[in-house]
Write a protein that binds this ligand. Structure first.
Ligand code: FAD
Length: 320
């Protein structure tokens, strides 16, 4: 099987039910902008068909295995040997990060983690990162091998054109690496019908300015009016108002929605690190000097307990 000399291998995550993860469209879009996307899918034919629809010119398919990560690194090694790509793109998800690191350590490749964009210049593939809370845009490249790049979900807008389905069964020689067996999988129930924070198009986050767990409900009300996911600053998490899984920032989730609304959040560098690549940022804060306004596209200086109910009522009016 011949692969284009500018092939980009894309490892696509899939859900335990076998569907492709939401990150897939952006990863294949990123790959198509810098070369010819070839997908690696671990799962059944449904995921492979979806990958072609999202722009994979070829799909390497292997069965998934009930072990943690080691097998994915085995599959990546087999796929790279097959395709000889210019770069390997992986989602910056928990599974993707671990697979990228394991494969790169094994193959002595260079890893660029949490890229927000990828490009190709005269010398090869270049990744862009948003560093120090978005204060710097960093460009980096690996000079000795095909880079393994994890891409932050939601940062790539371009989409690849659908391709005819071309599935290649990939033989994955099992390594002798020690691994942990997956004995059972239980789906964690998420509250209500709100979208998942990672990958949401709109995020409404609340901080210490909400004052209490009861008052944090205002964040949820605005989120529900907009069909948005709910996020929080670490101060709100540490106060016990919301679970840690809501935390946006350096030690929480990195998000890149089309719209990010920060309520009563000062904009510490560790918070900005997780949201500054959002496409449009709205901040509501009573302190005009709050650093969040430095990154906001639209800022309202005011008491959120006065502003947010008015906002919700206007949104409801527009909807009816
Ligand atoms: P504050 O900084 O206390 O800000 C509250 C804001 O609310 C103020 O600006 C105030 O003006 C405003 N306000 C108060 N009342 C009202 C009102 N009625 N109406 C409108 N505005 C009001 N933080 C994160 O968020 N995510 C992380 O991942 C993270 N990781 C960290 C990692 C490390 C190693 C460290 C050291 C810190 C980390 N932090 C993180 C903590 C971070 O430094 C800040 O302490 C935290 O983000 C502050 O949260 P906050 O903005 O909600 O609270």
């Amino acid at each position: 099987m011949e692969y284009a000399p500018d092939s980009i291998l894309v490892l696509l995550d899939s859900t335990p039910e076998g569907a492709l993860a939401k990150s897939s469209a952006g990863l294949l879009g990123a790959a198509a902008a810098i070369g010819t996307p070839v997908a690696l899918v671990l799962g059944d034919g449904t995921a492979a068909a979806q990958a072609a629809e999202l722009g994979a010119t070829a799909v390497l398919r292997a069965d998934s295995a009930p072990v943690i990560t080691t097998y994915t690194a085995d599959a990546l090694a087999a796929a790279v040997a097959h395709v000889n790509p210019d770069a390997v793109l992986v989602s910056h998800s928990i599974e993707g990060r671990e697979a990228a690191a394991r494969y790169a350590a094994r193959s002595q490749s260079g890893v660029i983690a949490d890229a927000v964009a990828v490009e190709r210049d005269a010398k090869g593939i270049v990744a862009r990162n948003s560093a120090y809370g978005g204060a710097y845009n960093v460009m980096s490249a690996v000079t000795h091998s095909a880079p393994v790049i994890t891409v932050r979900q939601g940062t790539v807008e371009s989409r690849a054109a659908a391709q005819p389905e071309r599935v290649i069964e990939l033989a994955v020689p099992a390594s002798e690496m020690r691994t942990a067996q997956i004995i059972s999988v239980a789906t964690a129930t998420t509250s209500g019908s709100r979208p998942e924070l990672r990958g949401a198009k709109t995020v409404v986050s609340g901080g210490r300015g909400l004052g209490s767990q009861d008052q944090f409900a205002l964040v949820e009300q605005l989120a529900d009016a907009l069909g948005a996911a709910v996020g929080a600053s670490r101060a709100a998490v540490d106060a016990g108002w919301v679970p840690q899984s809501y935390q946006v920032g350096q030690t929480g989730v990195s998000v890149s929605p089309l719209l990010y609304i920060a309520l009563g959040i000062s904009g510490a560098v560790q918070h900005k690190a997780g949201m500054q690549t959002s496409k449009f940022i709205v901040a509501i804060n009573k302190d005009p000097d709050a650093p969040i306004f430095e990154v906001a596209d639209f800022g309202i200086v005011g008491d959120l307990f006065s502003v947010v109910p008015q906002l919700i009522s206007e949104i409801e009016k527009l909807k009816s």
